[in-house]
Design a protein around this ligand. Sequence first.
Ligand code: AHM
Ligand code: MG
Length: 337
Amino acid sequence: MKPNSSKPIFLTQFLIEEQRSAGKIKPDLRLLLEVVARACKRISIAVGKGALGGVLGDAGTGNIQGEAQKKLDVISNEILLEANEWGGHLAALASEEMDHPHPIPEQYPKGGYLLLFDPLDGSSNIDVNVSVGTIFSVLKVPEGVTQASEADFLQPGVQQVAAGYCVYGPSTTMVLTLGKGVHQFTLDRELGSFVLTQRDMMIPADTKEFSINMSNQRFWEAPVQRYIDECVAGKDGPRGKDFNMRWVASMVADVHRIITRGGVFMYPLDSKTQAQGGKLRLLYEANPMSFIIEQAGGAATTGRERILDIKPGKLHQRVPVIMGSKNEVDRVTQYHG
Ligand code: AHM
Ligand code: MG
């Protein structure tokens, strides 16, 4: 039967078609992605309840990065763990909110994938009702490994087999790459299903919009100072055009805007975060977002190297991040010499 183009394509159908088309994805990976999507629906419901759900405010605990955890950070982490640990598709999970990887409990079978996530990105926005999200990355367990350990997660981003994020905003959207383009799904809240709303998202190579926390300006390195100075100089400066600035302070929301209409997102190295290598985390923030950005025709570097090529040294490693419209990212990277 010929597909009817006006018929909605649900995430399940999309993934089954991906699996069928020349074996693009394995059944276990399809299951994994469905389970992550289902967990994200639960997180979306919890986020959406806000004060009525009693989920706002601090959890009274801290994570390994020394950050105070919000109740929703902890709830989202638990939702993702519970959803994923019993299905038999994973060897282990790792999260921003846990010091070490979470092993699959003894009673469940183990699978061939590793899942990493930032369960609720943009935590500072939870209590003020601004968009937050979930970011995730999928790796394969290295050949011959029977008991996955922390070292098995330390793979460069080029080895990701899938990555995605969910934005809990005015609508809940999931953006996904399986290594062949980037596709957007919108949660139909009445049906409780993700529906394909955009195939093959592409980031324009040029932009007139940048995204950076300007309050850190005095801490930046010279190449970033130069780039932003030139943008701010506008039409009369060396760029010969006026730039706009946006900073949501949720990476998911800022990157989603860039994937939708172009722009450059930066959390560069600065003198405040230099000692720890940057602000954002490589394995479950920078890598999945870089994979998505590159698949959408954009670029992602630290200013000095391609993010996806970095060989991680530790699970919670941080990196400087410059990503988005290709020509702008190339320009900032060139300024770094
Ligand atoms: P989180 O994962 O603890 O929420 O922290 C990461 C967030 C990013 O989403 C965002 O781009 C950045 O931190 C905002 O930082 P700042 O508060 O310095 O503007
Ligand atoms: Mg985060």
